[in-house]
Design a protein around this ligand. Structure first.
Ligand SMILES: NC(=O)C1=CN([C@@H]2O[C@H](COP(=O)(O)OP(=O)(O)OC[C@H]3O[C@@H](n4cnc5c(N)ncnc54)[C@H](OP(=O)(O)O)[C@@H]3O)[C@@H](O)[C@H]2O)C=CC1
Ligand SMILES: O=C(CO)COP(=O)(O)O
Length: 335
């Protein structure tokens, strides 16, 4: 009998641990933490209290703080560290992985400096491995609580995606497939910026019409950039686009939305990020996305306002007062 596929998850934050817990229900799973104490807590107490409180983790889920040991075990490698830590995490294990181990990104931010998407960084660090992602409206706490949700495994090769699907799926976690890796990845990255705008709106107590405007115009500019870069516009209407945008902008537990709310209440960006104690990818990604928008000749007025606030050039109040700055054009003018 063939042995079971072994999944290794790099990163023991809220989402890395939650995905590892899903996978551990289906197949042997090991999570790597850079923190020895967190690895011990997961393996022996079946908890990750810093990120998931008292939620119990499967007893079968093992953890290690030895990155090379983790790499040696992987039949499938899942990467769940923040975007600015992907390269430094993967470079040391490039020669430790077996050939052709599929790499699945959970990461929703661009690499600062290079402007590369996480799957591009992964392909650079781990040449020859199939690289894709798992994304969708997946707030970690809700999934760790067993609430129903859905996600997408995006891989260029649909056969690889089909093999990965059952590793993460549970009766309450539906996993779809998509071959538009670029569109699925950009959806998860760009919605974080709109979520900061939605958080600012929340902190300023705007009306529901304003909330809806931010979401729908946010989706329009996400789609516009995605199509200019070569993604399918249809992807942005799905789970990884509109789905993730709605979940993140509506949920008080979204870290990106919470940063926006804190800014609207007068905190500086440094205070807002410190208070969070977890990653909010939209903060560093907003200025980087603007550079991409310029390169592709695409208008992204919401991202521009968010970038101006997170870099301290404007306040949330100025931004919402400044909604009139850009004259409205044709609504259908997506590209
Ligand atoms: N949380 C969620 O609901 C979802 C998150 N995501 C995405 O998943 C990615 C990971 O986020 P999430 O788990 O939420 O983040 P958290 O902030 O909850 O955890 C980050 C994890 O990465 C580790 N880490 C941070 N910096 C480094 C580094 N330089 N080298 C190695 N490890 C590092 C942290 O270790 P330590 O604890 O030691 O600091 C921690 O284990 C992000 O891109 C996020 O956007 C995607 C979908 C849902
Ligand atoms: O990506 C997420 C939900 O799908 C998590 O969003 P936050 O990082 O804003 O919490």
């Amino acid at each position: 009998m063939a042995r079971a596929i072994r999944v290794v998850v790099l990163g023991s934050g809220s989402w890395g641990t939650t995905v590892a817990a899903l996978s551990a229900r289906n197949t042997p799973t090991l999570v790597w933490s850079r923190n020895e104490e967190t690895a011990r807590e997961i393996s022996t107490e079946h908890r990750n209290r810093r990120y998931l409180g008292e939620r119990p983790l499967p007893e079968s889920l093992r953890a290690t703080s030895d990155l090379v040991e983790a790499a040696h075990e992987a039949d499938v490698l899942v990467v769940g560290v923040p975007s600015d830590a992907v390269r430094e995490t993967l470079e040391p294990i490039a020669d430790e992985l077996r050939a052709w181990v599929p790499v699945v990104s959970l990461v929703k931010g661009l690499e600062p400096g290079t402007r590369l998407r996480p799957t591009q960084v992964m392909a650079e660090c781990l040449p020859g491995h199939p690289v894709g992602l798992l994304a969708g409206p997946n707030l970690a706490g809700e999934i760790a609580d067993g609430m129903a949700a859905a996600a997408v495994v995006a891989m260029q090769d649909d056969a690889v995606a089909a093999a990965l699907q059952p590793l993460f799926a549970t009766p309450r976690f539906r996993v779809y497939r998509n071959t538009d890796v670029l569109g699925c990845e950009l959806g998860g990255i760009l919605k974080n910026i709109v979520a900061i705008a939605a958080g600012m709106a929340e902190g300023l107590s705007v009306g529901d019409n304003t909330r809806a405007m931010v979401l729908s115009r946010g989706l329009a500019e996400m789609t516009r950039l995605g199509e200019a870069m070569g993604a399918s516009p249809r992807t942005f209407a799905g789970l990884t686009g509109m789905g993730d945008l709605i979940a993140t902008c509506m949920s008080p537990s979204s870290r990106n939305r919470r940063v926006g709310e804190a800014l609207a209440r007068g905190m500086t960006i440094e205070e807002a990020v410190d208070a969070l104690g977890q990653v909010a990818e939209g903060v560093k990604t907003a200025p980087t996305v603007l550079e991409l928008a310029r390169e592709y000749g695409v208008e992204m007025p919401i991202a521009a306002e968010v970038a101006a606030v997170v870099t301290g050039q404007r306040t949330p109040t100025d931004v919402y007062r400044g909604l009139r700055r850009v004259a409205p054009g044709d609504e259908e003018d997506i590209v």
